[in-house]
Design a protein. Sequence first.
Length: 84
Amino acid sequence: AGCYVGFASIQLYAETFDKEGKMDKLKAFLCENGSKFYGLKSFTQPKMKLEKKAWKVPDIFELGDDVVVPLRAGGEIEWTLSSL
C-alpha cells in the first residue's frame, strides 16, 4: 500500500510549500537541513531548475511487467523540474 510519488516528489513539495506561502524555505528543506542534521557537507550548487508550469501526470507507468498508477494519475502538477 502507499502512493507512488517518486516521479515528482520535488514538484509535489514545491506545490505544498507554495500553497503555504513558504517557498523561501524549500531550498533549505531539500538541500540543506538533512546534511546539517547528519553533519555532512551541503551541496547547494544549482543543478536543476524548478518553475511554476503545470504538466499532466501520466495515467500509468509501465515498469517491466508491472504497471503503477501514480498519485494524481491523469491530473496536473503545478511545478516542473528540469536540468540546468
